[in-house]
Design a protein around this ligand. Structure first.
Ligand code: MN
Length: 309
């Protein structure tokens, strides 16, 4: 079976019963019920086809381990763990189709699903699942990433570098895509030209380093014209010292505090405009390339935020 589903394993972590009922950590919140859910996409094929450093298939397990012991926030609600879609070998397309089906199914039950990759090929599976559940909705895509991931599908097929070109192809007229954190050196001029031609909103890493608020206006724009937001966070947006465990580490990168500001802004703008975020994903975590579990911990901060806010 090239693509299978591995059910959620039992979560383990630290407990401090002597501190009373409020000494909760994230692993205590995992439940069969709840309005939010987590789903893993354990896949290596997208990164291999994109000639990146491998390890992304180990992302979901490492991220859950890093998440388990983080303190739960005040008034935290339970969330469900839906296990992993596991792709063996090169069966990327079937993996994405299976992921899409799981996403569609989960959206019927949960108000927000957080998918943990996998490389950025996760996005094509996720988006298909979202669009199939909300066929009439205006979907705004916000990608926090050093890369556009807008390359065209070539001889080697789809990869972690092509998902947003594939998404556009599904419906070119309604494609609404905002990229925050784009590094000039990590995208060829062909991609910058394509992004312009396709009306992609772009805020560079330089702009965000100079001012954490540099993306605020663009965020408000896309949120105000969308029915719902699909938020995708490529952890390689962060500097290599913060996120060494990725396929393509960033020499410059956008600092963590700034990326956290951006996520806060997206969440608060969505609330102000009554625009839901039914689906988010966190991708490109590559545990074999990590140092001291730092990248897993960084990815876990965003996962906690999206599950709990
Ligand atoms: Mn990416």
């Amino acid at each position: 079976m090239p693509v299978s589903h591995s059910p959620a394993r039992k979560w383990q972590g630290r407990s401090d019963p002597e501190d009373g009922p409020d000494a909760k950590r994230m692993h205590h919140l995992v439940s069969e019920t709840g309005r939010r859910a987590l789903l893993g996409f354990a896949c290596e094929a997208g990164v291999i086809r994109n000639k990146g450093r491998t390890g992304a298939s180990q992302g979901p397990t490492a991220l859950r381990n890093a998440l388990a012991n983080l303190a739960a926030p005040a008034r935290a609600e339970p969330f469900a763990d839906l296990g992993d879609v596991v792709v063996r070998g090169d069966d990327l397309e079937e993996g994405q189709a299976t992921l899409g089906g799981r996403v569609t199914h989960a959206l019927a039950t949960y108000e927000r699903l957080v998918v943990i990759g996998g490389g950025h090929e996760t996005a094509f599976g996720d988006y298909q699942g979202l669009a199939s559940f909300y066929p009439e909705a205006k979907i705004g895509i916000i990608n926090l990433d050093a890369h556009f991931d807008l390359r065209l599908v070539g001889e080697n097929g789809a990869s972690s570098g092509t998902p947003f070109a594939q998404i556009r192809e599904l419906s070119p007229d309604t494609f609404d895509y905002l990229c925050l954190g784009i590094a000039e050196e990590a995208n060829t001029q062909a991609l910058f030209q394509r992004a312009e031609e396709w009306g992609v909103g772009t805020v560079s890493d330089h702009a965000l380093i100079a001012s954490p608020q540099a993306g605020d206006q663009a965020i408000e724009g896309i949120v105000s014209r969308s029915d719902l937001i699909y938020l995708t966070i490529d952890i390689d947006l962060l500097p290599a010292y913060q996120a060494p465990g990725v396929s393509a580490p960033a020499a410059r990168g956008v600092p963590l505090a700034t990326v956290e500001h951006i996520v806060t802004k997206i969440l608060s703008m969505c609330e102000a405009h009554d625009c839901k975020i039914p689906l988010a994903d966190i991708v490109e975590l590559s545990p074999p390339n990590d140092r001291d579990g730092l990248t897993s911990s960084t990815a876990a901060l965003f996962t906690r935020r999206l599950l709990c806010s």
